[in-house]
Design a protein around this ligand. Sequence first.
Ligand SMILES: [Zn+2]
Length: 195
Amino acid sequence: MPITEEESDKIKEHLLSQLENFPEDRRTQIKEQVNSMSIEEVETFVEQNKLTHLGEQCIFCSIVAGKTPSFKISEDKDNIAILEINPLSKGHSLVIPKEHSNKIAQSTKNFAKEISKELQARLSPNKVKINEIEIMDHALLEVIPIYGDETEKRQAPEEELKALQEEILKPKEVEIKDVFEPKKEKIPVLPPRIP
Ligand SMILES: [Zn+2]
């Protein structure tokens, strides 16, 4: 992620504002180190520490790493899907690419389509919308079931999200299809035997 000089300065400023988290005797040294960093060095630092252009830790990378708890509903090798904690509707989910990037890969779009089909089958909304968004430089997809009565986002209680996660993850009831079964001969029903 190439950064501009202005962004580099912002990141340095942010890092310097964190100085109080370090022991007093190391602060001067760290301050000098931060101030002497070139743009390239800031860029490497940002990449290695998965920071945003403001120098903040990326919440989505933290979720992917399992450092921030979430309600995961699916995962493949490049993406995870979690329930949005401030949903617009029941089943509102986020598809997060595991890689911190401001671009969405085709594999992520395909994964989101699978999630939308799953939500459609499980929750029966009128339709499912997929939006591309970017938060803290991490591009992701929102998968939102639309029921027609949506008003605004609200904070969902943890128990509600947990119950919904279980509902989405529970094994599907197997539909028994008899299309390929050979037709059974009709057996005449015998009258019940009277002993
Ligand atoms: Zn990230």
